[in-house]
Write a protein that binds this ligand. Sequence first.
Ligand code: EPU
Length: 365
Amino acid sequence: MSERQLPDFVERDVDLTTRTTLALPGRAALYAEIRDAGQLAMLAGENARRRFVLGAGSNLVLTGDFDGLLLRMAIRGRELIGDDESAWYVRAGAGENWHQLVLWTLAQGWPGLENLALIPGTVGAAPIQNIGAYGLEVAERFQSLEAVDLATGQTLRLDHAACRFAYRDSVFKQEGWHLNGQRVITRVTFRLPKAWQPLTGYGELAAEADRQQIRQPHPQAVPNAHFRPNLRSNPGPTPRQVADAVIAVRRRKLPDPAALPNAGSFFHNPQVSAALAERLASAHPGLPRYPQADGRVKLAAGWLVEHSGWKGRDLGRVGMYEKQALVLVNRGGASGAEVGALARAVQTDVRERFGVELTPEPVFL
Ligand code: EPU
């Protein structure tokens, strides 16, 4: 398809500064707001130029102008498509706001997403990144998704196994998928188990739940073995209370992008060998360590950044946030180059001090 034949809904030379939560400057040569899968079919076969799919732009570092075709995902709609003995199945358009979906499912009486409240971004981005917070990853609530292949215009359906979910990772980060705009996620179906259990074990969430006095006493924590908690006076938290506790923790630690532009955690939590984790812990007793099923140990990148002297420290117009050192913030008017320079400076200092390599979590475009 030549440029002349591009459909009417494709705009030219569009400013992207307000389209990403880091608020970095840049323009897209071609830009299309995608409201239904039919528009994607109209773009099928148009393989000549670079493409990129943009959701809410909450995990993206714009390094400058984009000379290709930017597809802004705006497919809406959310519905209960069915239920069985074990679960409710909820389907949502890829362009739906993630947090609004969480609140809506809770209001409908279908709990299960509450630990993921207030995560910025869209429904379509959630499986790409396998978003996670406070002891839950979206993979644990995922049923299937639909995508359109822009080479053929055909719709694909992927089940859980096909998505190859891992920590902040999935098949969608591989070549040929979303990030280079070849196959585009259009709708996602979630599986919300009817046997609901509050997940309030994650450190800071547990503390917040205790503060709000919504956590059920754990029987093993009660010294008198005959004592049973009075379930009527303390029935444990409701899903909405868990969501409110999550929202309270996030508001305290993570800056609102509307007030202080950022892209959430800027680095992955690194996984290192047990031997290296052991060596580091004996040199640095406070080092948080999370042993993984495969024998490796996950370290807290925020702790490493803080203990390399970067918490609350700026470089040019960007800095590492004072309340959560893993969040890179734009203090105002920064460029993608400044973000890159700070990221490299932090990586260098963490490498020199701890011998650990940090990898950026957001996508660079
Ligand atoms: N820590 C520090 N200093 C800091 C920040 C953290 O010492 O400045 C320590 C904390 O005290 C704690 C540990 O590091 O012992 C972990 O910190 P926290 O619980 O804040 O979580 P995180 O590992 O920094 C991850 C996710 C977040 C998610 C939270 C809660 C990654 C890269 N980040 O952060 O996800 O909200 O857990 O589950 O896995 C995101 O991906 O954008 C994101 C915000």
